[in-house]
Design a protein around this ligand. Structure first.
Ligand code: ZN
Length: 118
């Protein structure tokens, strides 16, 4: 195994959209975000671990398509939480996802690494 060219991930999902098909890992410095939705405060994130990405999210990241990545992940998060497709809900979700992605874009470092399932 070439340890310098691959990252081994045993389990987990895409850190952007929760797709289980992880193919890339992005090195990232510390990111701290608190997510809140209505009266539910989602777990705060404070990590300097690499971020796992599925093929679709990775393609958007490589294209620097930040708006595309935001729209994709916000839509998936809304569906994941079974929330209605309403303007006010979409607005709150986009703010939450945007805060998370802003942290990623600011702290992202180095080239991506291919993921090998361990
Ligand atoms: Zn993804």
């Amino acid at each position: 195994m070439n340890a310098t060219a691959t990252a081994t991930i045993k389990d987990g999902v895409c850190d952007f959209c929760t797709d289980p098909n992880i193919v890339w890992s992005y090195g990232c410095g510390p990111v701290a975000v608190m997510l809140q939705m209505d009266d539910e405060v989602l777990p705060g994130i404070s990590t300097d671990e690499p971020w796992a990405a599925c093929p679709t999210c990775a393609a958007l990241i490589e294209a620097d398509d930040r708006a595309g990545l935001l729209t994709r992940c916000a839509d998936i998060m809304r569906l994941h939480h079974g929330l209605a497709d309403r303007a006010d809900i979409n607005h709150v979700i986009r703010l939450s996802v945007q805060a998370l992605h802003d942290g990623f874009w600011m702290a992202k470092r180095g080239p991506r690494t291919a993921v090998r399932r361990g």
